[in-house]
Design a protein around this ligand. Structure first.
Ligand SMILES: Cc1cc2nc3c(=O)[nH]c(=O)nc-3n(C[C@H](O)[C@H](O)[C@H](O)COP(=O)(O)O)c2cc1C
Length: 161
């Protein structure tokens, strides 16, 4: 939490151009080696950029407003629930400034910490927590997120200059 506060308080990559690249994707996501979130994103069929899996790699840099999709890895006590790769990405001021919303992936077996990382980032960066889904998502989740994102960006274009 301290690291997240620092990341959001200090205010800070295309489709998968790799570490150090910039991206114009409107969807940016993190997915660990288990790849559940990656599989969900693939089902959406939209351009999306992946935050590097390895913390040691340089992060990626957003060039336009985007929605962030991230899993939670805290476990039942909820501490350190945000993957360090995501914290590293959000430490970059430009990335924080372009964040418009967060979608969480997780597992309801974790109870109160279900999708906690997305909720924490949304609260600290003052953007909406748009949706939560389990593991690689159901076909209903895919349909809802696809439609929801279309509606979201339409509303954004009407309310923001
Ligand atoms: C060690 C570990 C801790 C986890 N902790 C949580 C948790 O606190 N809350 C939650 O909703 N899901 C938790 N999960 C489930 C993951 O968020 C879920 O499996 C997700 O789909 C992983 O996405 P990825 O495969 O794209 O990395 C945890 C999974 C692991 C392996």
């Amino acid at each position: 939490m301290t690291a997240l506060l620092a990341a959001c308080g200090a205010i800070g990559q295309g489709a998968g151009g790799g570490p150090g690249s910039t991206t114009a994707a409107s969807l940016i996501y993190f997915s660990s080696a288990s790849g559940n979130t990656h599989r969900f994103i693939a089902k959406l069929g939209v351009e999306a950029a992946r935050i590097p899996v390895f913390s040691r790699d340089e992060t990626i840099y957003a060039r336009r407003p985007y929605v962030l999709v991230i899993p939670t890895y805290g476990g039942e006590d909820g501490r350190n629930s945000i993957p360090p790769q995501v914290l590293k990405f959000l430490k970059h001021e430009g990335n924080r400034n372009l964040l418009r919303g967060v979608i969480g992936s997780g597992n309801t077996n974790f109870g109160t910490t279900y999708c906690l990382a997305a909720k924490k980032i949304a609260a600290k960066c003052q953007v909406p927590h748009l949706y939560s889904f389990e593991l690689m998502g159901t076909s209903d989740d895919v349909d809802r997120v696809k439609q929801g994102l279309e509606d979201f960006w339409k509303r954004q274009s009407q309310t923001r200059p």
